[in-house]
Design a protein around this ligand. Sequence first.
Ligand SMILES: O=C(O)CCC(=O)C(=O)O
Length: 215
Amino acid sequence: MAPLIEPTEIWRLPPSGEIRRYDQWLSPTEQHDLWRHLTGTHIDWHQPLLHVFGRKVSPSRREAWIADPNIQYQYSGQRLKAQPWTTELRQLSTHLFYMFGTPFNAVLLNHYAHGHEQMGWHSDNEPELGRNPVIASISLGAQRDFRFRPKNSAHGAPITMALPAGSLLLMAGDLQHHWEHSLPQRRRVALPRINLTFRRIVESNTSNDRFNGVT
Ligand SMILES: O=C(O)CCC(=O)C(=O)O
């Protein structure tokens, strides 16, 4: 993991959301080792079963939820069953704590087999994440586009950014309350990708905004 490097790019999205991307945060060797770890026998991957507008939907991507004991989380009507931390994921979480000051207690893993697999528009604004969640997202494997759009067009125009292998993306401030994000299909992408989003689950109505501009 790169030490306390400067972000490659920063976006400030109104009213007071912030996105930072750190390219090559993981070296090629670290990416390779982490990929092998996540695709070996340590992680129990499964297909999500979501409840969307009264219908059951099972997107083909696979996911896994790693969390401290007793941490409950649900999104799109599914309650995630937590798996215990592995040493490798715990180390990443500790490093992110030193960078951003957020004691992450969970990580959601998403595995996309190729560019047909995607994640639709949503915000990470579940009550368990508290107010102004700080989310750190690591990308491995195929580079994919990542999109943001405002819930209110007065806040600006949609943004598309690339998430290269080994990059770290930080989402902070009130971003999740005013903007949505998605990982669109990219049919020409033939290779798999894994994304890890480190999160802190807190009681509802509690501020999660401990990020104070540390680079
Ligand atoms: O795979 C990605 O980069 C998107 C993940 C995401 O949007 C999420 O976990 O909320």
